[in-house]
Design a binder for this molecule. Structure first.
Ligand SMILES: Nc1nc2c(ncn2[C@@H]2O[C@H](COP(=O)(O)OP(=O)(O)O)[C@@H](O)[C@H]2O)c(=O)[nH]1
Ligand SMILES: [Mg+2]
Length: 201
């Protein structure tokens, strides 16, 4: 007799969880982006830059930065009730590259953050994802006071494929940072669908 009347309780949904990597050069805004979009207090493993690390960590252009991510940043964002993203910020310094393969396991896609003043710093990340066919988008973190280049100019400078989305953003703004992350999910979805099609036809 209860049918048709009253509110029907929706069964609790078990959310789909997706893993997205956030990569890019040292000081480009990875930790900032993960922290900005995360629903939970992001887990950070920042460490004060030590004297010992100084010759290795190139801080030119990022003066004022005195912490560095030694292992990774970790954040979580629920895009919908049934869709949760786990964000992993990769360490920017070359000497932590051994962690990358571990982090990349099971990743749906990635965001490569770029700073147009030090564009070459993200070459390694772009190269890494291209080689492994991990779909990625490029987020250009627009620091104030820097020249704003159109997305197409950045695409050419990075020699990206035409289908790689390039999104201008501000890693400190939640909506802006979220847009980049969503672009990565969309792009990865399209990429996966294309792959499936090419396997079945
Ligand atoms: N002006 C400005 N500063 C930013 C932006 N994103 C990050 N920063 C600052 O740049 C520095 C490096 O950012 P961080 O997220 O630690 O870089 P990471 O090494 O890639 O994790 C920090 O002091 C941030 O506060 C941005 O969009 N604009
Ligand atoms: Mg960091």
């Amino acid at each position: 007799m209860a049918f048709g009347c009253g509110e029907r309780r929706k069964p609790p949904v078990e959310p789909v969880t997706l893993k997205i990597l956030v990569a890019g050069g040292f000081g480009v805004g990875k930790t900032t982006l993960v922290g900005t979009v995360s629903d939970i207090r992001p887990l950070r493993t920042e460490e004060v830059l030590t004297e010992a690390g100084r010759p290795v960590d190139d801080t030119r252009g990022v003066e004022g930065k005195d912490t560095t991510t030694v292992a990774m940043d970790f954040g979580r964002i629920a895009l919908r009730e049934d869709l949760v993203l786990y964000l992993f910020g990769t360490p920017g310094q070359d000497r932590f590259w051994f962690l990358w393969d571990e982090l990349a396991t099971g990743a749906l896609g990635a965001v490569v953050l770029a700073d147009t003043r030090r564009l070459e710093d993200c070459f390694a990340a772009v190269d890494y994802f291209e080689r492994r066919s991990i779909p990625f988008v490029v987020g250009v973190n627009c620091f104030e006071g820097t020249t704003r280049y159109p997305a197409e100019t950045v695409r050419q400078a990075l020699d990206l494929d035409v289908d790689v989305p390039v999104v201008l953003c501000d890693a400190r703004e939640r909506e802006s940072a979220k847009e980049v992350v969503i672009a990565a999910v969309r792009h990865a979805g399209a990429h996966t669908a294309d792959r499936r099609r090419s396997v079945t036809t």
